[in-house]
Each structure stands twice: as C-alpha cells, then as structure tokens.
Ligand binder design. Sequence first.
Ligand code: FES
Length: 142
Amino acid sequence: MQHKLYLFLLLQLPAMFISSCESNRGQIIPYVKVYFDLDIYAELGDMGIGTTKVFPNEGYQGIVLYRESDLVFHAYDRTCTLWPEHDEAVVEDSVFFGVFRCPECGSTYLLMNGAEPNSGPARYPLVEYKTSVQGNILLITN
Ligand code: FES
C-alpha cells in the first residue's frame, strides 16, 4: 500500500512542476491589455486552415494568429521569450511555413505545436492569449 502511495507521488511530481511553470508563462512578457475582435468571414475569410496572420499593433510586440481549424484559432504574442526585455518580435521564417524566428537569438517557434520553441536557446513558448468564437466573431483577450 505504501509503495503505491510512493509511486503515485513520484508520478505526480513532474506534473506539479509543469503546472507551476505554466502559471509563470504569462508573466514572461510585460502585461498589455488585449481585447479586440475580428469577423471570421469578412476579416479572416482569406485565412486557410494552418495559416497565420500578424496584427502588429496588438499585444506587446504584435500578435500572430494561427488558424488550427475552421473555428479554432490561437493568438500568440510575437515577443521572443528568451530575453523579453530586448523587445524583439519574432518574424515568419522565410523557408518553413508556420515557424516564427527571433531575429536576435535565432530561436524558432512552431505555431502548430503551441508555439513551443523547436530550436535555439529559448525555453518557453510564445505567450498565448485567449480566443473564443461567438457567432461570426472571434474575440481575443488576456
Ligand atoms: S529576443 Fe533577444 S534573444 Fe530573442
């Protein structure tokens, strides 16, 4: 019985660390109020599934929107998470589709994988904002 308890605690330990890191991610970059909406058909009708669109005047260093499926969108701040104080915005890679690269440190982030870094020194994904679809409207908020 005691062995099962130890095993349970051992298996839960990594999950506890992962969730505590998770809550810090939003504080990696300075807080900026984000609250804007887009018409899915009029403003995003040209966005195919798997494509991205950049909104340079939203978020801290601009927001890149990724369309996962018809009604599922992810909105990421473009600020590189390695040294956010550099105020460096990631830009789309010229070769690989859906990959965004920090021009300063070269870290690359794969948007289809939750904007996790897939190369370079950065260890945290791009900060993600909330998205929700209500009728024709996509709402993006903190
Ligand atoms: S932002 Fe300075 S290292 Fe990527």
